[in-house]
Design a protein around this ligand. Sequence first.
Ligand code: PEP
Ligand code: MN
Length: 355
Amino acid sequence: MIIMNKAATTEEISGVVNDLKNHGLAADVSTGEIRTVIGIIGDESLISATHLETLPGVKEVRLIETPYKLINREYSTLFDGKTESRAVKVGGVTIGNCEPVFMAGPCAIESKGQLMRIAEEVKGAGADILRGGVFKPRTSVHSFQGLGSSEEGAEQALKWLREAGDKFDMPVITEVRGESHVEIVAKYADILQIGSRNMYNQDLLTKVARAGKPVLLKRHFGASIEEFLSFAEYIAASGNKDIILCERGVLPVGRGKSYTRYVLDLQAVPVLQKETYLPTVVDPSHAAGRRDLIVPMSIAAIGAGASGLEIEVHYNAKEARCDGQQMITAGELRFIIECCKKVNKTVRDFREEKT
Ligand code: PEP
Ligand code: MN
């Protein structure tokens, strides 16, 4: 991190950026209330701190030890002097302020009627953002692949998603499974989701980041928190800091039956909040893989400080073509939202009292 003098001029700032370019490096320029800080993007061994410190306007060069630097909470304190989290705004919804945000909808969009009905129901239950999968990551090629498996189906489903979002006044989120989907998804969706299986796909991360829309990155089920943040850094390094992190469960341990699809790592929520200024949400649906755990795990996630939840909802779980076993009804969603708002308030009031 190159910390500029408080009085550094725009010429001095671009001088540093050009010097980095000449060394084959890119720059992340952040100007905050206190000063400008320039993050180096690329192989730092290509340049020396001693050289950088001789450049006009440079106060000091500081090493951030973690492999993620641009999304490190320490970075924002350098130019803003603030330790507050950075909220992501999408439409009229803010993810990462005091109120939790609820994203809900079907696992997969199956038909216009199905999507419209679920959209109306989740809106009625208090949801803020509509989810719906078009390009589905599926383990078996013999399962329903989502309407995205054909070109016409994909665009049709994305149009319905947009229409449902507009009709019920909710921003919409859907997954980008491959690089070839980025353009079409960015045309219709407000938030681009990168699924768990793709967390390590750095080319996809870079391409999605450049679409210029907020990105929700799901933690890979085998990834450490450090890896998760290191891959989120790829999005930030492509010039997009509107990143929402999503904990969705890690692989279970042991040889016997685990009784759940994954293990929801709720410790990750406060740890991520300590390490980065990005908001973290939790997906209890894919973590549990069973509907009876969605209510308790949602409440626990908000209790742990999550900025929101992503939950799968269907009016007829038996009929759902994908993940029926973990679908809850809009009635259950309403209960979750009401409970979570109370839990959030209690936890926040308690924290304020203590500080
Ligand atoms: C999803 O949210 O639709 C999904 C497939 O989740 P994950 O990538 O976490 O498995
Ligand atoms: Mn699903």
